[in-house]
Design a protein around this ligand. Structure first.
Ligand code: ACO
Length: 391
C-alpha cells in the first residue's frame, strides 16, 4: 500500500499517514451503531441486529436509531402515524417522475424524486429541532413511495397511492404490486429493512455526514448518500451478485469459475468487507430469512448455487478474512418475492435513510465542516505557454 506523510504538519501533532479509503481513520464520534468485525456483532444503540430483526419493526428500529432509545408505546404510535401521514407525494412530483426515462435506473429516479421533495419542503434553519424532525419523517415516509411510483410508471401503470392501514413494509410491497403481502412476506421485508438500516461509518453514511456538515438541506444530505450507495462496491453489489450467479449457472461450474476469478484477481460480488473478517451477521440473518421463505415455497436453484459458492469461496478466500457480506443473500430474497433486480439497491436506500438521518442529526449536534487534508503530488511553479506556441 502507498503511504505518504505530510511534511509541513504542525510540530506538536503526530505526522498523519495517508490511508487510501480512509481505512481505520475515525471521522466522527458516534453513538448510533457498533460493529465488532471479528465477532460478527452489529448493534444498533447497543441492541444486537439479530434481536431487532426478530423482535422489532422497521418503524421502531428507526426511532431507536434516531432517538437513541426504544420508543414507548405512545411514542411509537405517534411516530408510526406521522410516517403514514407523510407517505403521499405531491402530484407534481408524480408528474416529474412520469417524465423520467423508463430505461433509467431507479436509484437515479430516487435522487430526482428526493431533490424535488427538497424543493417542495425547503428548510433553511438547521437549528430548529422540530423542522429537522419533520424533514426526517418526510424522508423516511416518502422514499418508498418514490421508488414504487417510478417502478409503476415506467411500466405504463398508474402509481398506486399509499394505504394508511398498512405498516411501512406491507405498504411498500402493496404500492409496488397492488397486492397486500402475506404476514410472512411482510415479516421478511420488514426484517430486510431492519438489517439494512444502519452500519456505522460506511461510504454513504460518510457522504451524508460530509454534506450535512455544510448545513445543506436534509434532502440534499440524503441525496448525496443515495448517490454513494448506488456504486457496485457499496449497495449496488446486491444486483451484481445475481448477475454473477447467473453467469456461473450451475453448482458444477462453481469451483472452476471461482478459481479462475481468484486467479485473475476478479472480485467475488457479495464477498468481503472493510470491517468484517468473518461472515457478516446480516448475511446470516438474510440467509435464515431466505430459508424461512423457501420453507413455504420451493427452494430456487439459484439459492442452492449461492450456498455452494459460499462453501467453495469461503475455502479459498476465508483465510484472507473474506466472507459473504449483506449483499450476498439479499438479492435472492428479493428476487424470490418477484421484486425486479434494479429495485434491490433502492430498497437498501429506503431502509438506510433511517441511519443516514440519524447520523445527520448527530452531526448537527456538534458540527464542524469536513475539510480534510491532501498530499500534493503535482508540480509547482509551471510556466504558462500561450496556446499558439503549443504543439
Ligand atoms: N473477492 C475477491 N477478493 C477480494 C474481495 C472479493 N469480494 N474483496 C476483497 N478481496 C481481496 C482484494 O482483491 C485484496 O486482495 P490483495 O490484498 O491480494 O490485493 C484484499 O482482499 C483487500 O481488498 P480491498 O478491495 O482492498 O478491501 P476493501 O476493504 O478496500 O474493500 C469491499 C471492501 C469494497 C467491500 C471489497 O471487499 C469488495 O469489493 N467486495 C465486492 C463488492 C461487494 O460485495 N460490496 C458490498 C460490500 S457491503 C456494502 O457495502 C453494503
Amino acid at each position: 500500500m502507498l503511504r505518504f506523510t505530510l511534511k509541513n504538519w504542525g510540530p506538536t501533532m503526530a505526522e498523519p499517514e495517508y490511508r487510501p479509503g480512509l481505512a481505520d481513520v475515525p471521522v466522527a464520534e458516534s453513538a448510533i451503531s457498533f460493529i465488532d468485525g471479528k465477532r460478527a456483532r452489529l448493534e444498533y444503540r447497543g441492541i444486537a441486529v439479530e434481536t431487532l430483526a426478530k423482535e422489532s419493526s422497521f418503524e421502531e428500529t428507526s426511532w431507536l436509531l434516531l432517538k437513541g432509545e426504544l420508543p414507548t408505546q405512545k411514542q411509537l404510535a405517534t411516530f408510526d402515524s406521522q410516517l403514514r401521514v407523510h407517505r403521499r407525494l405531491k402530484y407534481k412530483i408524480i408528474d416529474l417522475i412520469k417524465c423520467l426515462p423508463e430505461s433509467g435506473h431507479p436509484m437515479d429516479a430516487l435522487q430526482a424524486g428526493v431533490a424535488a421533495c427538497g424543493m417542495f419542503y425547503p428548510t433553511k434553519d438547521r437549528t430548529d429541532p422540530e423542522k429537522n424532525w419533520e424533514a426526517v419523517i418526510r424522508l423516511i415516509a416518502k422514499l418508498p413511495t418514490i421508488v414504487a411510483a417510478f417502478h409503476r410508471l415506467r411500466r405504463g401503470d398508474e402509481a398506486i397511492p399509499p394505504r394508511d392501514d398498512l405498516g411501512h413494509a406491507a405498504n411498500f410491497y402493496y404500492m409496488l404490486t397492488e397486492e397486500e403481502p402475506s404476514p410472512s412476506i411482510t415479516k421478511v421485508i420488514d426484517a430486510c429493512l431492519i438489517v439494512h438500516a444502519e452500519h456505522t461509518m460506511n461510504a454513504s453514511t460518510f457522504s451524508s455526514r460530509v454534506t450535512g456538515s455544510t448545513l445543506a438541506n436534509p434532502f440534499t444530505v440524503v441525496n448525496s448518500a443515495i448517490g454513494t450507495l448506488a456504486g457496485p462496491l457499496h449497495g449496488g453489489a446486491n444486483e451484481e451478485v445475481l448477475d454473477m450467479l447467473e453467469e456461473i449457472g450451475t453448482a458444477e461450474k462453481a469451483k472452476g469459475w471461482l478459481e479462475d476469478a481468484v486467479l485473475h484477481k476478479k472480485k467475488i460480488m457479495g464477498f468481503g468487507h472493510r470491517v468484517y473478517k468473518v461472515k457478516d451477521p446480516r448475511a446470516t440473518v438474510l440467509q435464515e430469512l431466505a430459508e424461512h421463505m423457501f420453507a413455504e415455497t420451493s427452494k430456487p436453484e439459484i439459492y442452492n448455487l449461492a450456498v455452494e459458492i459460499e462453501r467453495i469461496a469461503t475455502g479459498i478466500l476465508g483465510p484472507k478474512g473474506i466472507f459473504p457480506n449483506v449483499d450476498f443473500y439479499s438479492g435472492i430474497v428479493y428476487q424470490s418475492m418477484g421484486i425486479p433486480r434494479d429495485l434491490f439497491t433502492p430498497i437498501f436506500a429506503i431502509s438506510r435513510v433511517a441511519g443516514w438521518t440519524a447520523h445527520w442529526l448527530e452531526q448537527l449536534k456538534n458540527n464542524r465542516i469536513f475539510r480534510p487534508e491532501q498530499i500534493f503530488v503535482g508540480k509547482n511553479d509551471q510556466p504558462y505557454t500561450p496556446l499558439g506556441k503549443r504543439p
